[in-house]
Structures are given as structure tokens and as C-alpha cells.
Design a binder for this molecule. Structure first.
Ligand code: FMN
Length: 167
């Protein structure tokens, strides 16, 4: 099978991470995939914050889900996607960037999972400047990124009946 298609079809969400940090070279490629993602009117209203500082990661976990809990599975890095306040198509642009990052990560042998807690909490999502989110931007999605710990999950069995052909 075509290599790109094979990669697209075998990606899974990863929820168990090794402690090892992602090499800068791979991180750059994942971020390039993000900033080259399709986006409405090519306005690129987004910002990507690669949070790798262990203390800040711990404090963010505490802020979002409380002491002793984690919403990003103790990954060594969380990429925060934020969109300029008021920009249209916030969710669509976020989804395109996150999908590109997840697929790039998988192609590079990394694991990732979309973590949805910050953007579901409006009391928090605008208060993240101390975690590297620019002023005037709202966090719309986050991605845990790192190396998978344990066996990589098998390809998913998709639900049946979700495709119609009209010919
Ligand atoms: C918008 C969106 C939000 C998600 N939020 C979370 C989340 O907060 N935590 C989590 O563990 N997985 C989250 N996921 C991952 C989904 O649970 C996962 O993609 C789905 O179960 C299919 O599994 P797969 O990615 O391994 O194919 C999210 C996925 C999407 C697209």
C-alpha cells in the first residue's frame, strides 16, 4: 500500500508515554505540519506553543484537573493550539492543524492524542499566558506528544454504514 495512506490508516491515539523527550528535529517537523495545514482564507490565525517544561506541565495539570491528576497522560510535551480571539472558523482551523500534527507525529514514530480539557473550560482557556500562549489568543485544542510506551494499538475497526456512494 502507498506509504502515506498506510500511515494515515494506522495512526491511533496514544495514552501512555515514555519519559523521553521528543528530539527537536522531529518536533520541528510536527510544527511545520501544523503551520502548513489548510486554514480558512489562509489567514493563519493560530499560534502553537510547545510546552516542554516539566514544572509548568505539572502546574498546568493541577490547574486544569487538580493535584495528582493528568489530562495529557504525563506526556513529556503538550502542544497548545490557540487562535486569535474573534478569528472566524476557530474550530475548523484547530481541527486541521491538530490532524496534521497527529499524522506527522505518527509518520515520525511518535505518539499523540488530542486532549480536550482546556478548551472545554472557558474559565481557564484565556488565562494561559504564563504557559506561553500569546495575549489575545484563546486555546482551542491541545496535543499530548511523545514516544509511545508499550505496544502500539492495532488499527481501529471503523463503524459500518458511514459511507454512501451515489453514482
Ligand atoms: C475533538 C477531539 C477531542 C478529543 N478529546 C480527547 C480527550 O480529551 N482525551 C482523550 O484521551 N482523547 C481525546 N480524543 C481522542 C479520541 O478519543 C480518539 O480519536 C477516538 O477514540 C478514536 O481513536 P483513535 O484516535 O485511536 O483512532 C479526542 C479526539 C478529538 C477529535
Amino acid at each position: 500500500m502507498n506509504e502515506v495512506i498506510q500511515s494515515l490508516m494506522s495512526r491511533r491515539s496514544i495514552r501512555s508515554f515514555a519519559r523521553e523527550q521528543v528530539e527537536d528535529e522531529k518536533l520541528q517537523l510536527v510544527l511545520q505540519a501544523a503551520i502548513l495545514a489548510p486554514n480558512a482564507n489562509n489567514q493563519e490565525p493560530w499560534h502553537f506553543t510547545a510546552l516542554q517544561n516539566a514544572e509548568k506541565l505539572k502546574s498546568l495539570d493541577e490547574l486544569v484537573v487538580g493535584k495528582g491528576n493528568t489530562f495529557f497522560y504525563h506526556a513529556p510535551m503538550l502542544i497548545l493550539v490557540s487562535i486569535k480571539e474573534g478569528a472566524p472558523h476557530e474550530q475548523e482551523n484547530t481541527a486541521c492543524a491538530l490532524t496534521n500534527m497527529m499524522q506527522a507525529a505518527h509518520a515520525l514514530g511518535l505518539g499523540s492524542v488530542w486532549c480536550n480539557r482546556i478548551n472545554a473550560n472557558h474559565a481557564i482557556d484565556t488565562k494561559l499566558t504564563e504557559y506561553g500562549v500569546p495575549v489575545g489568543y484563546r486555546v482551542t485544542g491541545t496535543l499530548a506528544l511523545g514516544y509511545n510506551k508499550g505496544d502500539y494499538p492495532a488499527p481501529r475497526e471503523p463503524k459500518e454504514g458511514t459511507i454512501t456512494y451515489v453514482r
